[in-house]
Each structure stands twice: as structure tokens, then as C-alpha cells.
Design a protein around this ligand. Structure first.
Ligand code: UDP
Length: 360
């Protein structure tokens, strides 16, 4: 790996914890990580190649403390974000601040020091598909729904729909980073993740957090706690799901191939793993029956709930997220490998062990 000094902002989150597992296994790599919590990465705190800073990026003091670390790094990876749709609607100011105002100094400093910034954006910047606005909502033409990094327009709903606070903050960050590249030559990579699923994603309400996590943890919470799996707006929305291991493979290939990774935008997702949320719920209850050996889970209750009742006013869903991943294939030689049943079985087994077998 060419980059040997890596600065990771938001290293203690779900993706960061899996990234640390991989980079810290490489001899000679030095990682400096920042986060507000180390709960998911406590196993790495004694690693001689890892220096952890428990800090929030929001204050001018924190940014001043960060600058020497940026100056020393070969690459800066910014994962710090609030990425949970329930939060976009219930705490829009917190979402806008954390994803834009608290973090815009990172590209400013990377430009000053001419450091490579790998910034985690979101597939939500695409908003809704063109197809969803056309009469009949037809999806027979990939030009109307497939998400392509360099040509698909970014379409979001009205301001009253708070769902788009996150996507719009992320979009401004993407434009800011690209503008710094254009005007100063700062190298950058933008990553647009599409539903990475794996162990340690989010939290289970009442176990290790409170609120409404994303769909994987919401459905796991229903299965583990014996409550109905709740399908928002009948579970018609579609997502493609990629395993966290495949996703981290893509990140490692970026670190291995800076020439090909720099000044690119990458969709990281698995087009072969598309499901509606109803199909996902049905698949997960069948797999949980196999994991637990309890056939009763095959009929675990699934109930429909309106998005208004589930999230409150201001929610609007992304109808479909079908990534074109040619850029990652061509530039990085990356192809996602894990199919949906396999990645769900592995992920759900890890959740079961963490929250049921070990009583987490
Ligand atoms: N969803 C659902 N039940 C839940 C949680 C989420 O039906 O308990 C739906 C949500 O409305 C959306 C999809 O699942 O259509 C994915 O939501 P998630 O929160 O995982 O994030 P997103 O993929 O929208 O970023």
C-alpha cells in the first residue's frame, strides 16, 4: 500500500470500524483516528500503529488541533457523518451542521496542504430517479433510473421535505471538494455508498441506543425483541445491498491505486443485490428461522405503516438506487462478490451473537 500514514475522521463508526480492521492488519501502516466514541473500535486502541483522538470536529479548537495531523498524513479519509433518515427529519439542523458546517474545514485544510482527501458522500445525492417523476412510474429504461456518477442529475424534493437535509449538505460538500480540486489541484476521491450491510451497523433500540436505526437494525430489532417488522409505505422502495467486506475491498483498492482513484467519484454498491423492502423483510425472517432453528420466525409479523406515522412530516423516500459501478470496475478492478442471502446470513448471525447469545 502506497499510503502509510492515514488520517481517518469518524474512525469509530460502523464503516470506520471495518476499515480499521483491514488497514491495521497491514504491517507498517500508521493510522490516526478521530471520533467521539470508541465503543466499536476498543479492540484496536492498544495497536502500536493506531493513535486515537476522542474529539468532535465542530469547534475551531478541534480544527486547529487537526491541522498538524492533516499536514503529516499521506491521505485523509473523512467518514464523519450522521447518516440515518430518521435524524434527517427529526433533527435537520444537527444533520446540516454535522455534514456540512462542522466538516467543511477538512477540504480547506487538505487544499492548503495539498493532501489527498477521500470523502464519504452518499448515494442520496442522486435523490429520486427521473422515472419516479414520470407518469406511471415506469422503470423500463435504465437511462431513467440507473445512477451514473458523472451524468445522472441530482434531483431532490422541496425544502419542506426535510428528508433532503442530509443529501443537500452532502451535495454541497461534493461540490466544494470538486471546486478545491479545480482551483488548487487538491487530489480527491468521492465515495457514494449504496446500503453497506454488515455486523456493527447502527444499534438496536433499548439495547445499545435509542431512536430509529436504519432498516437492517430496525428489522433485526423486531426479530430479536419479538415486535412486528414495520414496512414503511408498504415496503415498495428498492435498495441494492452490498456487503461491508466488498465495500471495504473497494476502499483498500483506492488506497493501493492512488493514480486511478484520485479525482474520481465512485458508486460503491452491488447492482445484483436489489430488493424491495418487503422482499428484504421476508428474506430476513426466513434466514433468522434458520439461524435460531425456530421455524416460528418464518411467520414473524410484518405490518405496514405510513411514512408519516413512522418518521413524521417531511419524509420522502428514495424510490430506487441502482448503481452503475463501471467506474469502480475500470479504475480499481473492483467487483462486489457477496450475494444477498449470504451477506444477510453472516450479518444476522453476528447480530444474533452480539445481542442474543452474548446478551448485548
Ligand atoms: N424502512 C422500513 N422499515 C424500517 C426502516 C426503514 O420499511 O423499520 C424503509 C425506509 O422507508 C426506506 C428503506 O427501508 O424505504 C431503507 O431505509 P434506511 O433507513 O435503511 O436508509 P436509506 O436506504 O433510505 O438511506
Amino acid at each position: 500500500m502506497i499510503a502509510s500514514r492515514i488520517l481517518i475522521l469518524g474512525c469509530g463508526g460502523y464503516i470506520g470500524s471495518h476499515l480499521l480492521d483491514r488497514v491495521l492488519a497491514i504491517p507498517g501502516v500508521r493510522v490516526t483516528g478521530w471520533d467521539t466514541s470508541s465503543a466499536k473500535i476498543d479492540n484496536h486502541l492498544d495497536h502500536p500503529g493506531f493513535e486515537f483522538h476522542r474529539a468532535h470536529l465542530a469547534s475551531p479548537e478541534a480544527i486547529a488541533a487537526l491541522e498538524p495531523h492533516i499536514a503529516r498524513a499521506d491521505v485523509v479519509m473523512n467518514l464523519a457523518a450522521i447518516c440515518n433518515p430518521a435524524e434527517y427529519v427529526s433533527h435537520p439542523l444537527r444533520v446540516l451542521h454535522s455534514n456540512l458546517f462542522d466538516t467543511y474545514q477538512v477540504p480547506v485544510l487538505c487544499a492548503q496542504h495539498q493532501k489527498w482527501l477521500i470523502h464519504f458522500s452518499t448515494s442520496e445525492v442522486y435523490g429520486r430517479t427521473i422515472a419516479s417523476y414520470l407518469p406511471g412510474n415506469t422503470y423500463d429504461d435504465p437511462d431513467l433510473y440507473e445512477l451514473r456518477e458523472d451524468s445522472t442529475p441530482l434531483i431532490m424534493g422541496p425544502i419542506s421535505n426535510l428528508r433532503w437535509t442530509y443529501a443537500s449538505a452532502k451535495q454541497v460538500m461534493e461540490r466544494l471538494i470538486h471546486a478545491y480540486h479545480e482551483e488548487t489541484g487538491m487530489p480527491y476521491t468521492l465515495v457514494r455508498p449504496l446500503n453497506f450491510f454488515g455486523p456493527r451497523m447502527d444499534y438496536l433500540p433499548g439495547h445499545d441506543g435509542e431512536g430509529t436505526p436504519r432498516v437492517l437494525a430496525s428489522f433485526m430489532s423486531a426479530l430479536i425483541d419479538g415486535t412486528p417488522m414495520r414496512l414503511v409505505d408498504d415496503g415498495k422502495a428498492r435498495r441494492t445491498i452490498v456487503s461491508i467486506e466488498d465495500a471495504v475491498d473497494a476502499l483498500m483498492l483506492m488506497l493501493d491505486n492512488p493514480t486511478n482513484a484520485q479525482n474520481q467519484i465512485f458508486n460503491i454498491g452491488n447492482p445484483g443485490n436489489e430488493v424491495t423492502m418487503r422482499e428484504l423483510a421476508e428474506l430476513m425472517r426466513g434466514i433468522y428461522a434458520t439461524i435460531t432453528g425456530d421455524d416460528g420466525y418464518r411467520d414473524h409479523p410484518i405490518e405496514s405503516v405510513s411514512s408519516l406515522d413512522f418518521y413524521g412530516p417531511g419524509y420522502e423516500d428514495c424510490d430506487r438506487r441502482m448503481p452503475n459501478i463501471e467506474n469502480a470496475k475500470i479504475q480499481l478492478g473492483w467487483t462486489p462478490r457477496k450475494n444477498l442471502p449470504d451477506l444477510l446470513r453472516e450479518t444476522m448471525t453476528a447480530f444474533h451473537q452480539q445481542y442474543v447469545a452474548q446478551g448485548g
